[in-house]
Design a protein around this ligand. Structure first.
Ligand SMILES: Nc1nc2c(c(=O)[nH]1)N(C=O)[C@@H](CNc1ccc(C(=O)N[C@@H](CCC(=O)O)C(=O)O)cc1)CN2
Ligand SMILES: Nc1nc2c(ncn2[C@@H]2O[C@H](COP(=O)(O)OP(=O)(O)OP(=O)(O)O)[C@@H](O)[C@H]2O)c(=O)[nH]1
Ligand SMILES: [Mg+2]
Length: 464
């Protein structure tokens, strides 16, 4: 890491969300945090107050001596702080103008504006947490359900880091042993011995990585949500279903076919599974220019979905359009929802069973709120059958970057095993083993490039 002059100067930002609220926090971190605070704070002598205390006082503009706000000021001295630097937090009255005024004062008295994620970046660069833990901070903020949050907390606690560090240590140990064997051969068959050692370790580490990767599918759903598209002809009750799953009237429902004109995306929590629900325009042939675009988008929503809820109207016979939709979704993970079962049933159930191979069919009445619990349970068991797949220590891999690196590490190990099978010289096999070690190191940030770090932290929110 190249230290630029701005790398560790004193930074400040508003760490609470913008808008009106009871209290807002302006956070300052760096060597001069206390000096900056002393310039704008009237109250106790900050040199004399103990660390980790909160202190009453006022923020004053030193250029005019004008009082700006009545505040509580927290002081946390390095190194036992979030960033491992001195931190001052000004707890001021909430509100956009007051909070920004204080931030501006702090900025004109020795601090510079923090970049997005810069506090957490410092926690990483100063060695309090590793890269995967920093990423967990972000996942925690964005968590959509309690289960997603649990996965993020576990990662923040360092459970994934722990597993990765173990794997890396085992690889390093074997690499060291191989070195010793080559440099100080005690036996004649040192080549055979060394190959055996490498093979055993590569096989073992490979198995542990595969186990971790098995949690990735669910992990990705926990982090990003399960893309669930509600598809069907106009007026079958798609938007009514969406509103029920959201427990909120988000989508407009009317008896006019073609009510939903565009796709609508909302997050729902279904038994802890975060669903990214997509309500679509009813699919039909239409000459209406606007509706046509909506219908095209609906068709695309089928392709991009992890799960399709195909809604049919049970009170009408199956139409040609229904059959086409069944056909178009046959290869997807799908639940067929027979809605409007409160009305006399006109749908031919045996035909539907034949067309869908009788898989995942459920009856509902959105208007009477019937069958919806069953639908939620079915979704949950389809994707989290035995609960969350737990690898070692309940670690779930949720992050696409981590998944990519684990796959690369896995394939490096496969190269090791292949090399050994083909009788490749041990020093060449070692290279692939070292590559595996490097890939794993990128997960925790033990080996990294500046661009990666900048890119990762820039996705954070301001003040974090
Ligand atoms: N006011 C406030 N609330 C907050 C934060 C904050 O920065 N400020 N946090 C920010 O995200 C979260 C708490 N996370 C934190 C994590 C570590 C440390 C910290 O000081 N760690 C030290 C010493 C801990 C101790 O006293 O034992 C360390 O690890 O050395 C502080 C906050 C959530 N709530
Ligand atoms: N009887 C009965 N009516 C329902 C049921 N579900 C929805 N409806 C009614 O059917 C009509 C259409 O419902 P929507 O939810 O707007 O249907 P949609 O599939 O979103 O329709 P488009 O957006 O036009 O494609 C409304 O009048 C709803 O009240 C049900 O289970 N039973
Ligand atoms: Mg609709």
């Amino acid at each position: 890491m190249v230290l630029t002059t701005t790398e560790f100067d004193t930074i400040a930002a508003i760490s609470t969300p913008p808008g009106e609220g009871g209290i807002s926090i302006v956070r300052i971190s760096g060597e001069e945090a206390l000096d900056v605070a002393k310039n704008v704070y009237r109250g106790k002598n900050l040199d004399k107050v103990a660390s980790n205390t909160i202190n009453y006082g006022h923020i004053v503009d030193p250029s005019t001596n004008q009082e700006v706000d009545e505040v509580m000021l927290s002081i946390m001295r390095a190194p036992h702080t979030y960033t491992k630097e001195d931190i001052i937090e000004i707890n001021c009255h909430g509100g956009i103008v007051a909070t920004n005024r204080i931030l501006q004062l702090v900025l004109s008295n020795g601090a510079r504006m923090a970049e997005p994620g810069e506090f957490t970046k410092r926690a990483f660069l100063n060695g309090r947490i590793d890269l995967s833990q920093s990423e967990a901070v972000m996942d925690l903020i964005e968590a959509k359900t309690d289960r997603s949050m649990k996965a993020a907390i576990s990662q923040l606690d360092g459970n994934l880091s722990h597993l990765i560090k173990h794997l890396r240590k085992d690889i390093l140990d074997v690499l060291a042993q191989v070195e010793v064997n080559i440099d100080y051969p005690e036996y004649d068959d040192v080549e055979t011995m060394t190959s055996k050692l490498l093979r055993e370790k590569a096989t073992d580490v490979h198995k542990r990585i595969v186990q971790l990767l098995q949690t990735a599918k669910q992990g990705k759903i926990l982090r990003d949500g399960l893309a669930t598209s509600i598809i069907g002809r106009p007026n079958v009750g798609k938007s009514s279903l969406l509103n029920h799953l959201l427990h909120e009237d988000k989508a407009i429902v009317t008896d006019v076919p073609g009510t939903t004109r565009d796709v609508l995306e909302e997050y729902a929590n279904v038994s802890g599974v975060p669903l990214k629900l997509i309500d679509t325009a009813g699919i039909r042939d239409t000459n209406d220019k606007v509706e046509k675009i909506g219908v095209d988008r609906s068709r695309k929503a089928i392709n991009s979905a992890d799960l399709v809820l195909l809604v049919l109207n049970a009170s009408e016979p199956l139409t040609e359009e229904d059959r086409q939709l069944i056909d178009a979704t046959n290869k997807k993970k799908r639940i067929v929802v027979l809605n409007k079962t409160d009305l006399p049933i006109k749908l031919n159930l045996s035909e539907i069973k034949r067309l869908t191979k009788a898989q995942n069919i459920i009856s509902t009445s959105a208007i009477k709120a019937d069958g919806l619990k069953g639908l939620e349970e079915l979704i949950s068991t389809m994707f989290f059958n035995e609960g969350i797949a737990s690898s070692q220590n309940d670690v779930v891999v949720t992050n696409a970057r981590h998944i990519g690196l684990l796959n690369q590490a896995k394939s490096a190990l496969e190269d090791v095993l292949k090399g050994l099978d083909e009788g490749m010289p041990v020093d060449l096999v070692q290279i692939d083993m070292t590559r595996c070690w490097d890939f794993l190191g990128e997960i925790t940030g033990d080996s990294y490039q500046d661009e990666l770090i900048d890119q990762l932290f820039s996705q954070f929110c301001l003040g974090k």
